[in-house]
Write a protein that binds this ligand. Structure first.
Ligand SMILES: NC(=O)c1ccc[n+]([C@@H]2O[C@H](COP(=O)([O-])OP(=O)(O)OC[C@H]3O[C@@H](n4cnc5c(N)ncnc54)[C@H](OP(=O)(O)O)[C@@H]3O)[C@@H](O)[C@H]2O)c1
Length: 315
């Protein structure tokens, strides 16, 4: 029988476990909406500084206005513009972060796109979901790694249960799905790539004895804007039908906050909601499909990601 004991107690992890975060700096990608926005809210409640790395200046201004309305004009929340679909934009954003943040307590890789209806390529020529969700974040993590290490900080990868759906593999022979594009398979591949990278980085950090904590989580099924942009009509209808049963974006944000601040975290774990097929319920350790722990594929993906982003790095 599976061990169902939650390490954080029967109610699971909640933000009540967090003490003051005064003086600490958190970076969150894609924090103008959804679970990224809610993670920012929780961190601000505890006195942290939050730097959002967002694509849309307008939606970011609106998000910052709303947070300052809630927490006061002195709330430590600001924006660095970054479009993960453009490697040059990621490089510019990383330079700005290094200028503005003398220390980084955690980088939360939260931004993503999902279910892009038709195959789209980023300006750098990558299938858009792989480009935004994995390759953009791979480059960002590499560019900020030294600062995070100097700060004894953390890197948090926000994955998805989609990683274990469909083919459960990286399509090394057709990374962009040129042969037969499928919105689902492309999204699944991108989330598997993010998570494989997360666990590979965790292993490399441990081997190197580097002062960085790397954790991987997923938000379950949360009511956000994901699957609302350029997705098929069928997907939009499906999501509209099942969305009322999803948990709040706030609860969806707890796993990434846990990974960013909780002292009692372990390697090769996946933090997220533990009930209803891991879509909702108390936050704890979820079953981890071995496809995310494939060492050989992860090493190949790392080398490929270095080649595609032009950034060679390792802890
Ligand atoms: N909601 C769920 O049920 C669910 C389930 C599993 C996993 N997840 C994961 O949870 C994370 C957060 O998603 P969410 O549900 O909160 O969705 P969301 O509300 O759509 O938030 C996604 C964020 O990513 C940003 N983003 C998209 N493309 C970007 C780019 N090129 N550069 C920079 N930022 C970009 C969006 O910014 P714009 O406003 O500019 O578009 C937005 O702020 C994602 O990693 C997602 O895969 C969510």
């Amino acid at each position: 029988m599976a061990n169902t004991k939650n390490p954080f107690g029967p109610d699971g992890w909640t933000p009540d476990r967090i003490g003051t975060l005064d003086g600490k700096t958190f970076l969150i990608t894609g924090a103008n909406s959804g679970v990224g926005y809610e993670a920012a809210r929780t961190l601000l409640t505890k006195g942290a500084q939050v730097i959002m790395l967002n694509r849309s200046p307008e939606r970011s201004r609106e998000a910052i206005r709303s947070l300052k309305n809630e927490f006061g004009a002195e709330a430590k929340v600001s924006l660095v513009h970054m479009d993960l679909a453009v490697l040059e934009s990621v490089r510019t954003a990383a330079r700005e972060v290094l200028d503005r943040a003398p220390s980084i307590d955690a980088l939360i890789c939260n931004a993503a796109i999902s279910q892009t209806a038709k195959q789209q390529l980023t300006v750098d020529g990558f299938e858009s979901q792989l480009g935004v969700n994995h390759l953009g974040h791979f480059l960002l993590c590499g560019l900020l790694f030294e600062r995070i290490e100097a700060s004894k900080g953390r890197i948090v990868i926000v994955g998805s249960n989609a990683y274990k759906m469909g083919k459960k593999k990286i399509h090394f022979d057709d990374l962009n799905f040129d042969v037969k594009y499928s919105p689902w398979h492309a999204y699944n591949q991108s989330k598997l790539a993010q998570m494989m990278f997360g666990y590979e980085l965790q292993r490399r950090v441990e081997v190197a004895g580097t002062n960085v904590v790397v954790q991987v989580c997923h938000p379950g099924a949360s009511r956000t804007n994901l699957i609302s942009g350029d997705v098929s009509t069928l997907n939009k209808i499906l999501i509209r039908l099942i969305k009322p049963f999803f948990q709040s974006a706030e609860r969806g944000s707890w796993p990434e906050v846990l990974c960013a601040v909780e002292a009692d975290v372990r390697s090769e774990k996946l933090y997220g909601p533990t009930k209803r097929a891991e879509t909702a319920g108390p936050i704890g350790e979820c079953p981890l499909d071995e496809c995310a722990l494939d060492h050989e594929a992860a090493a190949k993906l790392w080398a490929l990601s270095e080649e595609k982003t032009g950034m060679s790095w390792s802890p």
